[in-house]
Design a protein around this ligand. Structure first.
Ligand code: G6P
Length: 298
């Protein structure tokens, strides 16, 4: 069976390889496992809550309608990262057989009411449709957002992808030199001057308006372990909490798990997207295997 629809989760299995699978919690429509021929690609905390009691620490949480905390009046009362990752989405079914794709939907009635009520006046009408496609050595995560309301509203979107690595100290992320970033650790903006991003402490940067022609590669000991492509998602957050921040997160286990993960998060977060009544917007992330290093200057 390529699609298994359980009470709390949906499992998608590749028709050509039973060990290539995607596991998705209905809570947050959170992908919490992706295996390629039996090998896990995403990092998931041993203490992650998968029971809907809090957003999942690991996998691919969905960030909407605000990234982080914002002083913008429309979202300033909301907790970090909004309500999409804390709402139970509706499973809409399978849309294609090979490669298998499934869809999940979220609207005002299913949204976590406590957080949703803090978005503007708590009455924004919206539709989110998430399409997940499992290919032999890639996943596609696509979001379609539409505004059926009589008034405009605005949002951030971000795929908060936790990618698995063997040892963060051996990891580089390429193709970001020359890009402007806001460094959330030192609270300063600057132009990236390093030939590749490397990790030796807490790192939390929002790279702004990075051409979507640029491929982002996670390179470990000279070998590409993950490739991330983006459509209509100009910003890229790179995050590793390192020792102290991991200690402060109750759902982050083991405490040295930061060595095994890197978040590469494609999104639209530097500015808000404004959708007028009847308008639609979409963005897509493609994570794939493939070991050719591609260095790009533009
Ligand atoms: O702890 P969470 O709310 O899941 O946020 C986890 C992280 O998300 C993003 O990567 C932000 O850039 C970080 O500043 C934040 O710490």
């Amino acid at each position: 069976m390529p699609i298994t629809n359980n009470d709390d989760e949906v499992i998608i299995t590749s028709p050509s390889n039973g060990k290539t699978q995607l596991k998705v919690l209905k809570y947050g429509a959170t992908v919490y496992s992706w295996t390629v021929n039996g090998k896990e690609q995403l990092w998931l905390s041993d203490a992650a809550k998968l029971d809907g009691s809090k957003p999942v620490r690991g996998g691919i949480p969905l960030v909407f309608p605000v990234f982080g905390k914002s002083t913008d009046a429309s979202v300033s009362k909301m907790p970090q990262h909004g309500f999409a990752r804390r709402s139970t989405w509706e499973f809409l079914g399978q849309t294609t057989e090979n490669p298998p794709a499934v869809q999940f939907g979220l609207g005002p009635e299913l949204a976590d009411q406590e957080v949703y009520s803090k978005w503007d006046n708590g009455d924004n009408d919206f539709t989110l449709v998430l399409t997940l496609t499992l290919e032999n050595d890639s996943i596609r995560t696509r979001i379609d957002i539409s505004n059926p309301d009589k008034k405009p509203w605005k949002f951030n979107w971000l795929f908060h992808s936790y990618l698995k690595v063997d040892d963060i100290e051996d990891v580089l992320v390429n193709n970001l030199p020359g890009e402007i970033c806001y460094d959330q650790v030192i609270e300063e903006s600057y132009e990236e001057r390093e030939p590749a991003v490397n990790f030796a402490g807490e790192l939390d940067r929002i790279y702004q308006n990075v051409s979507t022609k640029k491929l982002l590669q996670v390179i470990e000991m000279g070998k590409v372990v993950h490739n991330v492509r983006r459509k209509n998602l100009p910003d890229v957050v790179i995050w590793n909490p390192w020792t102290d921040k991991s200690k402060g997160m109750a759902d982050f286990e083991p405490k040295n798990g930061y060595l095994k993960m890197i978040c590469v998060e494609p999104g639209y977060v530097h500015d808000f997207v404004t959708l007028k009544p009847g308008e639609k917007w979409s963005g897509e992330q493609i994570i794939y295997k493939g070991d050719a290093v591609k260095m790009q200057s533009v």
